[in-house]
Structures are given as C-alpha cells and as structure tokens.
Ligand binder design. Structure first.
Ligand SMILES: [Mn+2]
Length: 389
C-alpha cells in the first residue's frame, strides 16, 4: 500500500529515528567529539583539537617520581642529568612521592616515559633506581623486576647509603666529574643513613646541608622540594643554605627543637646509662636529643603523650659501641611484642592510652629488658653533657 500519506509518515519516522540516534549518541560523547555516520551507525573520530598539536611535545616530557627527602631531591637531579645527557630527554616533569602512597602505589597508573628514584619499585617504571630493602611491595613486583632488570634500566643496590650515590656511581660519574655533585652525594649519604659524626653535628646543624634538611621539616610541599631541586642544580650547598626562604624555615624549626632539648635536659633521668624521658607537652624532639644531653647513655627510652595517644620509642646510642661482652638488644624485635616495630637500633610503638597505665607498663618492661642485657657491665652513670656546656 503506497499512498502519499504513508510515504510521508515513513519519512517522518525515519527522520525521528535518525534524530533519536544522534541524541542518544551525543549523550555518550563529549561536545568536542567528532562523529561519523556510516551505514546508519555512528563512529567517534579521533579528536583533532588544539590539544593535538601539543601531543607530540608531551610525549617527550619525562616524569621523574622522587621521594620527598634530601636524598630524593639529589637523586632526581642526578637522574635528570643522566637522562638528558645519555637518553636525550629535554623536558622533565617532577612528581613528589611519599610512603603514604604505599597502599595504592602498585596499582597507580604512571605517566610514560618516567623515572622513579629513591622509592618503591613499580611495574610501569621505565627507569628506576633504589637502595631500600623493602622496595618490592609484593612477590609479583619482585619477579617482574628479576625478569626485566637486564632489558630495562633498573638499578637496585642495598649497599649504597643513599640512592643519590647509587645513581652517581652507576650512571653519572663517568659523564661528568663535578665537585658540586660530589658534595650533594656526600651529604645524601650522611643524612639518609644518619651517619653523623657526633650528636652535636646532628643537632646543631652547622653544615649547610643539614640546615637545608631541617628546613624540610617545616615544609615538604612539592613546590618547596622543587624549589630546592632547582637551587641544588645551580649553586653549591653553602650558597643554597643562605637563601632567605630556607633560612626562615630552618630558624623556626631550630628554635622549636631547642625548646625540646631544654625540656629534655631538665626532666630526663638515667638509670644505669639508660636515659628515660616522658612528657605530655607538645614539643618537637630531635631523635638524637638523648645522646646530645647524655653522651654516655647506651640507650634512650622516650615517651611522648599527645591527647589520648602515646608515642613510645627506644634507641641505641649510635656513637657508643657497647663493648665486646655486651649483648645488643634488637629493639625492633622487642617492640614487636608490644604491637610496634623498628630496626635493630630503634624501636617504636604508638597506642591509645588515656590514663598512661599502658605506657608505664611498657616502659618498665623495656627498661627491664635493656637492663637485664647489660647487667654488671655499666660504666659510671651518664652525666648531663649538654647541660654542663
Ligand atoms: Mn634514600
């Protein structure tokens, strides 16, 4: 049956169907998307907008993921040097990473090309350098590293005190012998492995590198770390440390640290060369304060009470060897019994404790354990070395 009426009706229906398809498709596409109608179907076309002209440029930008500390910054700088001199990259973007990222790090999508320095291994890494033992978050990542380490530029070596040293020795030293970089690497080693000559060096921060490092306690924003990276690139540390922005932060944190030292010195006690300190005051305490105040102490036990929370830690004096007959207490293991952890020479535990009864009990047990491992070998009790000054 073909009358003009039905012909018109069919055309109207086809048109309506057509507009309906366009409407439905446009809901799925962004307004800027180009659409091609072919054999009654719609196809999305590759976007050709102004962004496209920058596509080629962005491809050449290498993203450097670096750890948010002194070693991380120097590592980023040295990796940049290698990647530009050897691999020909000209443009770099920097992303600061911290251990807060740990839970989501393995599944995080990284930009390519990239380099990761002084931080956890990632299966999408193009270039990677690290010196941490705990760098592989799961077995799959370790196996992936083992399989690809020869094909890709992956460097993992635990013997280096800093990642900066690893990059410098493996990839940079042969390209340029730069006194300025040697200085940066030296201080990365000292800071990252806490290898200070004395408690005075660690606390008083007379060296430029240590002042810069302390300033980061005030500000660890990506902007500030990137600011430091740029300064490290251009000037020696003695000049960088004079920067007013850095000095302002350093002086502020140094003043707060000094208050902590004074309180510590007034209130801490020693029992058989074990230095004990407890406070509920809101202070900043440098971890080496006990051995700055009591240089003869073997160990320190520190309890900080903030509101309901207790931060309890113990540390071995890194500048004092215990002698042949003394058994070193593995503090990390000891603290594991109380739900904490740590390394051989430092143990920490954080818990909720309103009345302080739990803190008291743990304190006693730790003290008991340290004392029983050093009985009969105590030297004269510690004197207040700092307060005497
Ligand atoms: Mn490091």
């Amino acid at each position: 049956m073909s009358t003009p009426f039905f012909d018109i009706l069919r055309k109207i229906l086809t048109l309506l169907n057509f507009y309906n398809k366009i409407y439905k498709y446009s809901r799925r596409c962004k307004l800027t998307d180009s659409v091609l109608l072919y054999k009654g179907k719609f196809f999305k076309l590759p976007v050709l907008n102004p962004c496209d002209s920058t596509m080629k440029k962005t491809k050449n930008i290498l993203t450097v993921y670096f750890h948010n500390d002194f070693d991380g910054i120097v590592s980023a700088l040295l990796a940049t040097e290698y990647l530009s001199m050897v691999k020909g990259y000209k443009n770099f973007d920097y992303k600061v990473v911290s251990y807060d990222l740990k839970p989501k790090w393995p599944s995080l999508k990284l930009k390519h090309p990239n380099a990761i320095v002084d931080f956890l291994f990632h299966s999408q890494a193009d270039y990677w350098w690290d010196h941490h033992q705990t760098t592989f978050l799961n077995n799959y990542l370790y196996e992936y590293y083992e399989k690809n380490k020869k094909k890709k530029h992956f460097h993992w070596n635990l013997k280096y005190p800093s990642c900066a040293k690893l990059i410098y020795i493996k990839d940079v030293k042969s390209l340029l012998n730069n006194v300025h970089y040697e200085e940066l690497v030296h201080w990365s080693d000292v800071i990252d492995s806490a290898n200070y000559e004395s408690p005075e060096q660690a606390i008083e921060c007379k060296e430029p590198a240590l002042q810069i490092n302390l300033s980061m306690l005030m500000n660890k924003s990506p902007q500030y770390l990137y600011y430091l990276l740029n300064l490290f690139k251009k000037r020696p540390l003695s000049e960088v440390a004079k920067d007013l922005n850095i000095q302002e932060k350093f002086k502020l944190i140094y003043k707060k640290q000094k208050k902590g030292i004074d309180l510590f010195c007034r209130q801490a006690k020693t029992i058989d060369n074990i230095c004990i300190f407890q406070t509920s005051q809101n202070i900043i305490l440098n971890r080496y304060t006990p051995f700055y105040c009591f240089s003869n102490a073997w160990y320190s036990i520190t309890t900080l009470q903030r509101n309901d929370m207790v931060y309890l830690s113990a540390m071995k004096n890194p500048w004092k060897s215990l002698g042949k007959n003394k058994k070193l207490v593995h503090l990390g293991e000891l603290f594991r019994h109380f739900g904490g952890g740590g390394h051989r020479t430092i143990g920490t535990v954080i818990f909720k404790d309103k009345k302080g009864t739990k803190a008291k009990k743990i304190n006693e047990e730790i003290l008991g354990s340290l004392l029983s491992n050093s009985t009969g070998l105590q030297s004269k009790d510690s004197k207040r070395s700092y307060c005497a000054k």
